[in-house]
Design a protein around this ligand. Structure first.
Ligand code: NAG
Length: 321
C-alpha cells in the first residue's frame, strides 16, 4: 500500500466516524417514544427476579406484553413475583435456579425451552454485595461474588445466546453497576466482579458483530446506588449526595425499559456518571484521588449494613423445582 492510499483510507475512516457520531446524536435527540420497538410477544428471562430490581423489571416488562421467565435462588420470593405479574394480567413462569452452577443453569434452561419456549431477551440481573474490606474478605467471599456477579452471566449467555444467534433475533441486558467502571474502597470483590461483567458484555458484543448478527442487541446498565436495600448504610459525604443522589428503583427500572425499547447501548445513571467516567480516564491518579476524598469515598462503606437477613451464607444452594 502506498502512502496516498493510506491517507485516503484515513480520510474515509474519519468521515465515517464523524457520520456515525452525528447519526447517534440525531437519534438521541428524537424523543424515545418515537423510536421504541414493540416488545410484545418477546420471551424475557430475568435472573434475581425474586426481589429488588429483578421484581420491578418483571412487572414493567410484562406490562408491555413481554412473557417473563423468572429465576431466583429463593423459591417463595420468585413465586411471589410471578403472582404479582399475573395479578396485573401479565404472563409469568418461575423457577428456582442457582445461577452460579453452569449445570444447574443448563437444566433450568432446558426446562424453560420445553415449558415456555425460546428465550429472546436475557436480563442478567442477579447480584450480591459482601461489603467488607480486603483484610476481612475470605476466599469464599471472593468466589461467591465472582460466581454470582460475573461467571453466572457467562453460564446464562451460553445457555441462551446460541439460539438468539440462530434466529438473528435477541437482546442481552447486563445489569452491572457503575462499580464496573469506577471503584470504591471496601468493595474490591464487588468491583472486580462488575468490571468482569462489563468486560464479558463488551467483548461478546464484538464477537456477535463479527458474525454480522445485527438482530441481536446489547444494553449495558451501570447504575449508581439504588435504594433497594442492597447497599443500605453505604454513604458518601452529604454534600456529594447532591451531585450523586441515591436512585429510586422505579426510576432505574423505567430507564432500563426505555433503553431496551430503543436499543440503547449503555445506561449510566445518574447521568453525571457519564462525565465522571470520562474524567476518571483523563486525569492523573493523584487528581482523581483528591476528587474521591472530596466525595468521602474512603469512608463510604464503613457504615454498610446491606440487606439484613439475606446474607450470603444464608443463600443456600437450591435445586431446580
Ligand atoms: C426468601 O424470600 C422470602 C419472601 O420474599 C423472604 O421472606 C425470605 O427471607 C427469603 N429467604 C432468604 C434466605 O433470603
Amino acid at each position: 500500500m502506498n502512502i496516498l492510499e493510506f491517507i485516503g483510507e484515513l480520510v474515509i475512516l474519519h468521515l465515517h466516524i464523524l457520520l456515525v457520531t452525528i447519526e447517534a446524536f440525531l437519534i438521541w435527540m428524537i424523543p424515545s417514544f418515537l423510536r421504541s420497538k414493540s416488545l410484545e410477544g418477546e420471551t424475557m428471562l430475568i435472573t434475581g427476579a425474586g426481589s429488588g430490581m429483578g421484581r420491578l423489571f418483571a412487572l414493567k416488562f410484562s406490562a408491555l406484553g413481554v412473557r417473563v421467565v423468572l429465576w431466583d435462588i429463593n423459591a417463595s420470593a420468585v413465586e411471589e413475583t410471578a403472582k404479582m405479574v399475573r395479578v396485573n394480567g401479565g404472563k409469568a413462569w418461575w423457577y428456582t435456579c442457582d445461577v452460579t452452577k453452569m449445570e444447574t443453569v443448563n437444566e433450568a434452561a432446558q426446562r424453560v425451552r420445553e415449558e415456555v419456549g425460546d428465550v429472546t431477551m436475557l436480563v442478567n440481573n442477579a447480584g450480591i454485595v459482601t461489603g467488607k474490606y480486603f483484610q476481612d474478605l475470605k476466599e469464599e467471599d471472593y468466589q461467591r461474588t465472582m460466581n454470582v456477579n460475573s461467571l453466572a452471566h457467562a453460564w446464562t449467555l451460553k445457555a441462551f445466546l446460541p439460539h438468539m444467534l440462530e434466529r438473528n433475533h435477541g437482546h442481552i441486558v447486563t445489569i452491572a453497576s457503575i462499580m464496573g467502571e469506577l471503584v470504591l474502597p471496601g468493595l474490591s470483590d464487588y468491583c472486580m466482579s462488575k468490571f468482569a461483567a462489563v468486560a464479558l458484555h463488551e467483548s461478546l458484543l464484538r464477537e456477535v458483530r463479527a458474525q454480522r448478527k445485527d438482530g441481536i442487541h446489547f444494553t449495558l446498565v451501570n447504575p449508581y446506588k439504588i435504594d433497594t436495600g442492597m447497599f443500605d448504610g453505604a454513604r458518601i459525604k452529604k454534600s456529594a449526595e447532591l451531585l450523586f443522589p441515591t436512585l429510586k428503583p422505579e426510576y432505574v427500572a423505567d430507564k432500563v425499559v426505555e433503553a431496551v425499547q430503543t436499543n440503547t447501548d449503555v445506561v449510566r445513571t445518574p447521568f453525571i456518571f457519564n462525565i465522571v467516567v470520562i474524567i476518571s480516564r483523563i486525569l492523573p491518579l493523584k487528581a482523581i484521588l483528591l476528587l474521591e476524598d472530596f466525595a468521602g469515598n474512603e469512608k463510604a462503606m464503613k457504615t454498610f449494613v446491606g440487606r439484613r437477613g439475606q446474607t450470603v451464607d444464608e443463600q443456600a444452594v437450591t435445586k431446580i423445582e
